[in-house]
Design a protein around this ligand. Structure first.
Ligand code: EPU
Length: 419
């Protein structure tokens, strides 16, 4: 089991080019399974989750190769409809292949990935929506079998009870090849959904309204190949900015999706960091001690404050002047990083969905273990700000979502080693 050894206490400084978005690349890879023709994805991040997605595609009969930040996917001849349990377990987001497989073959068998990383992650909304599109769904000993009579989904009106990102993506993936029109009300508005739709439109799909609450999809049986550049990763961006905010110093972040990062940037700015955003780059300088954020930081679906940035911002606010209050409204169990931050000297009190972070003058290095992706990144950010050395284990979580993490941190002058 690999670890990061991080010695904190030095200012960070440098330029960083942001990686492609994990949460955009994964559904786009699933979408490449539909129709015919080769999809070339540029700016595809090199991450363990992307390799897991590639293994799922290969297992379904797709040709998929990844090198130098490009993924090339050819679905010609892909007739598989089953995802083996071990591949489902590799990556929780394997669930988003369900809509695409169903769209392609009219049939799909998979298992629900277990575990409790961020609390229970049910798939009831995914299944209810696929039923509306014509799927019969049965559960046999944990293996879920979906089948559409006649092989082709039928358009439907779907009202989501909550704007779930994954459910919205699964509906789009299944409806894009359906017969007729699908209307999704209360759809998720995350930028990664827009990136998925923009990829599918390049392939010939007819989708309108993405980025808004109602998405209208007119099904087609003709999707062709295309080239697409995966959007920048706004959460990796939030992570590196929080890291520099926490440790002090300056950064020029390049290849950003600045407008999409606004809900995060507007909160970070309240800490007193100087932020100069341009269209596709962000300059941040962090000098004296950060200020606590006065208003409650409520995680909400986009365009609210992103849940994925909650942990990394908390690491920065752990040493701010005053108390900041977080309210986690998306996941039930997304404060697991707080125990590690407290071990490093932070003063954080968790009461249900609320976490009160009272800034302390200094953090100190400790032995801590990442229990999830963003929580692990938060521990690394805290370690860079802390006095002394931190031994961070469980870093396979970090490798799921951050491309060449230690190279990125080292390029800013952070002292980090993988052992
Ligand atoms: N939910 C249900 N039933 C469902 C689906 C979701 O109750 O059928 C609940 C979930 O349990 C959760 C809430 O709805 O409490 C939101 O879940 P959502 O479906 O929106 O999230 P997701 O699709 O599972 C994606 C990202 C997450 C990100 C969330 C919220 C990917 C691969 N994952 O997850 O990213 O936190 O949206 O923005 O896109 C991460 O990158 O670290 C990460 C966890």
């Amino acid at each position: 089991m690999q670890k990061f050894i991080i010695t904190g206490g030095c200012r960070l400084s440098g330029e960083l080019t942001l990686q492609g978005s994990k949460n955009s690349a994964l559904p786009i890879m699933a979408a490449a399974l539909l129709g015919e023709g080769e999809s070339v994805l540029r700016n595809c991040p090199t991450l363990t989750d992307v390799y897991s997605a590639s293994r799922i595609l290969s297992c379904l009969g797709c040709k998929c190769s990844i090198s130098d930040g490009n993924a090339v996917i050819d679905p010609c001849g892909a007739s598989g409809s089953e995802i083996p349990e071990e591949l489902m377990r590799e990556m929780r987001s394997s669930i988003m292949f369900m809509g695409a497989i169903l769209g392609r073959t009219g049939e799909c068998t998979f298992s629900v990935p277990g575990g409790c990383e961020l609390g229970p992650r049910p798939i009831d909304m995914h299944l209810a929506a696929l039923r509306k599109l014509g799927a019969d769904i049965s559960d046999c000993g944990g293996r879920i079998h979906c089948r559409i009579a006649g092989g082709r989904a039928r358009g439907a009106k779907i009202n989501l009870p909550f704007p779930s990102v994954g459910a919205t993506e699964n509906i789009i993936l299944c409806a894009v090849c359906a017969e007729g029109e699908t209307i999704v009300n209360n759809a998720a508005r995350e930028p990664e959904i827009c990136d998925l739709c923009s990829f599918l439109r390049k392939r010939g799909a007819d989708i309108k309204g993405d980025g808004e609450s109602t998405i209208v999809i007119s099904g087609t049986d003709k999707l062709h190949g295309c080239e697409h550049t995966v959007m920048p990763d706004r959460i990796a961006g939030a992570t590196y900015l929080s890291m520099v905010a926490a440790a002090g110093g300056e950064i020029i972040l390049k290849n950003t999706c600045t407008a999409e990062m606004e809900p995060f940037l507007s909160v970070l700015e309240q800490t007193g960091c100087r932020i100069y955003p341009a269209e596709n780059r962000i300059y941040l300088r962090s000098g004296a001690r950060l200020r606590a954020v006065r208003d409650r930081i409520r995680t909400m679906p986009h365009p609210g404050f992103p849940t994925d940035a909650q942990a990394v911002l908390m690491a920065a606010l752990a040493t701010a002047d005053g108390a900041s209050v977080f309210e986690e409204n998306i996941f039930d169990c997304r404060y697991r990083h707080t125990a590690a931050l407290c071990k490093m000297g932070a003063d954080i009190e968790v009461l249900g969905k609320v976490a009160v972070v009272r800034g302390v003058p200094k953090l100190r290095g400790a032995d801590v273990e990442a229990t999830d992706l963003r929580g692990g990144a938060a521990m690394a950010a805290a370690a860079l700000a802390a006095e002394g050395t931190t031994c961070l284990s469980g870093i396979s979580h970090i490798d799921r979502g951050y491309e060449k993490f230690e190279e990125a941190v080292s390029s800013l002058g952070g002292r980090i080693r993988r052992v």
